[in-house]
Design a protein around this ligand. Structure first.
Ligand code: CP3
Length: 354
């Protein structure tokens, strides 16, 4: 066997990659969105040492350690790179900072002229520590663990760039999209290109699959979701497929509702991340024949624990584990989650025999 084919057969044996490639497994692989983070005491301790959240993302010693923490504790089937979706606007030249208790802050783009402040020229220099983190992780992870890279989808990242932080109504993003669609298109196109560069570089540094987080896809009327979310996702998947064929892509269009079916038909992803509201019977019948599914336990069930958690897990397994499936949450784990509940959930999933 050549070195390359040995490597690819080892990789093919990883549960996560088998599921993403369309196999149905006896018990599904499992990882959790935001599996590294504040619910873990070991994360909080390391976080106190870092100068700030971005310092954590850009210091490979820290980022590697934080990525590995949930793997050591729980043995998830996949490790997701520790970073944030907002490193892309930061690498394009926008100011990004994280305020304690207030979440992310950016110097918001006020008008289309502000787009001139952004440039892809320094992207890979700023993001070099992220690539170094991936290279180290691919050496340090257990052989059965898949390394996932990620980026925010263009619309979700644009929403933070335009609002200057988190938003309830996305008024600034909608003002651009509805009032000056050509300017919005320029921003989205820039993000498609930068994010494509970033994902390809993550793959070259060791990411074995990539996930595109469109956390705010669910705020648009249909035509706009198609333009600002679906079309950029399709372009990104096509770019990864053209340049690094064989690397699976997961798209998470949170809140897409019935348009999940259009994603399954058109976006070209190997897997779709389901949010918590997607009905399981519909997903099995309308989506799973077309793509691998990932999801969709309510993160608050993991906070509650007990019978509600067990029933929630059981129901997802009953509906979705009979096809290509990756167990996950329907959105990120929340800081108040007791780690013991994660361990109980994992035991239940691993005991499942489809
Ligand atoms: O473990 C992992 O999943 C990998 C790391 C990861 C983080 N953010 C670390 C993080 C990933 C994949 C993300 C994605 C992300 N970041 C998204 C998309 C997914 C989603 O949850 O919708 C979004 C919208 C962001 C932007 C962002 N980053 C927000 C809104 C916040 C503040 C809210 C919060 O949870 O604090 C962050 C900060 C952030 N990103 C933290 C972590 C661990 C907490 C920062 C801290 O320790 O103070």
């Amino acid at each position: 066997m050549t070195q390359a084919s040995k490597k690819s057969s080892q990789q093919a044996a990883k549960k996560m990659l088998r599921a993403l490639n369309g196999e149905t497994l006896e018990s599904p692989p499992v990882w959790l969105m935001r599996q590294a983070g504040r619910y873990l005491p070991e994360y909080r301790e390391l976080r106190r040492k870092a100068a700030g959240f971005l310092d954590l993302c850009y210091t490979p010693d820290y980022a590697v350690e934080v990525t590995l923490q949930p793997i050591r504790r729980f043995g998830f089937d996949a490790a997701i790179l520790f970073s944030d979706i907002l490193v892309v606007p930061h690498a394009l030249g926008q100011k990004v900072w994280f305020e304690e208790g207030a979440g992310p802050r950016l110097d918001a783009l006020q008008e289309p002229g502000d787009l001139a402040r952004l440039s892809r020229a320094g992207l890979h220099d700023t993001l070099a520590p992220v690539y170094e983190t991936l290279r180290r992780l691919s050496r340090e992870l257990p052989p059965e663990t898949t390394l996932i890279g990620f980026a925010g989808a263009p619309w979700t990242v644009a929403s933070y760039m335009l609002e200057g932080g988190s938003s309830k109504d996305f008024a600034a993003g909608k003002r651009w999209a509805y009032g000056d669609p050509a300017a919005m298109q320029r921003l989205i196109d820039l993000l498609v290109d930068a994010t494509g560069d970033y994902l390809v570089a993550q793959i070259d540094a060791g990411a074995e699959a990539v996930q595109i987080f469109d956390s705010w896809a669910g705020v648009w009327p249909e035509a706009h979701l198609r333009r600002w979310c679906l079309a950029p996702a399709k372009a990104l998947v096509a770019r990864v497929k053209a340049e690094r064929p064989g690397v699976p892509v997961i798209v998470f269009p949170r809140g897409a509702g019935l348009l999940y079916e259009v994603y399954a038909d058109e976006c070209g992803a190997d897997a779709l991340g389901l949010d918590t509201t997607v009905p399981l019977g519909w997903a099995r019948q309308a989506l799973q024949p077309k793509v691998c599914l990932q999801g969709n336990l309510d993160p608050l069930l993991l906070v509650a624990g007990g019978t509600s958690l067990r029933e929630g897990v059981e129901e997802i397994l009953r509906f979705l584990a009979g096809g290509p499936f990756v167990f996950n949450l329907g959105h990120g784990i929340v800081p108040q989650t007791p780690p013991e509940h994660v361990a109980e959930m994992l035991a239940q999933i691993r005991a499942w025999r489809g």
